[in-house]
Design a protein around this ligand. Structure first.
Ligand SMILES: Cc1ncc(COP(=O)(O)O)c(C=O)c1O
Length: 236
């Protein structure tokens, strides 16, 4: 691979200017600088579920980006649709105005949603969606005469994102400690990983499931049902 437009080797520019998410940067620093001198791995292309790095090494993109290229890489029909849309209308916020693609997608999602769920609020990602869901629950109870319902219950170990509200709901202490105090009112119940279940429940999935569900009921009762606005049931 050649150099960046500024004439720098890509791995050097990545090491010096890119602040990567969930990444220990010290391994990329020179040993003289206290690092390990490793090169930043650079993914340059993808096709279907396969991706290749700048050295030509092939990988399986098992995470599908971060669950955002579930249809696979290199799909020309998607690229063409994106190009058509960008030349027709590059972007428009859904603030008082709508646009055709948002309307079409909302209608399609509503048709597939369970029960009487029929309205879609678009966000830019998972963490923002989690924040929004908690805010919606709080607002709903404020507007319906139950203003003390503001707490949220989620599972230990479960990951819900990095913004302050979503991080409060996230159940990974190590991911939170540098940013505390976070948004108050987030409580945790045990995770549903049976491998870590109490010993007497490890061989009985149903009993473990009932036990885990009972912990949610217990937390709601302990905190006070009149104070709990939402329960997030993501296990991981
Ligand atoms: C269950 C769950 N919630 C929220 C998030 C956060 O999503 P995002 O990274 O798009 O903010 C993730 C991301 O992995 C997730 O797995």
């Amino acid at each position: 691979m050649s150099t960046t437009p500024a004439g720098t080797a890509y791995s050097d520019a990545a090491r010096d200017h890119l602040w990567m998410h969930f990444t220990r940067h010290s391994v990329f620093e020179d040993p003289g600088n206290g690092g390990l001198g490793q090169s930043v791995p650079i993914i340059t292309r993808g096709q279907g579920h396969r991706i290749w790095d700048s050295n030509g090494k092939e990988y399986i993109d098992g995470l599908a980006g971060l669950f955002v290229v579930n249809a696979g890489h290199g799909r020309t029909e998607i690229a063409e649709a994106m190009a058509r849309q960008a030349s027709e209308l590059a972007f428009f916020p859904l603030w008082s105005y709508a646009h055709p693609r948002a309307i079409e997608l909302a209608e399609r999602l509503a048709a597939g949603a369970p029960g009487d769920l029929n309205r879609v609020f678009f966000t830019t990602g998972g963490g923002e969606a989690v924040e929004t869901a908690w805010k919606l629950a709080k607002q709903y109870f404020k507007l319906t005469g139950k203003p003390t319902k503001h707490k949220v219950i989620s599972r230990s170990i479960a990951y819900h994102g990095t913004p302050q509200g979503a991080l409060s709901i996230t159940g990974i202490p190590g991911a939170k400690e540098m940013f505390e105090p976070l948004v108050p009112g987030a409580f945790k119940v045990p995770n549903t990983n049976i491998y870590r279940a109490p010993e007497h429940l490890r061989d009985d999935e149903k009993a473990f499931g009932r036990w885990a569900a009972d912990r949610i009921a217990e937390a709601i009762e302990f905190e006070g049902p009149e104070t709990v606005a939402a329960v997030f049931l993501e296990p991981v």
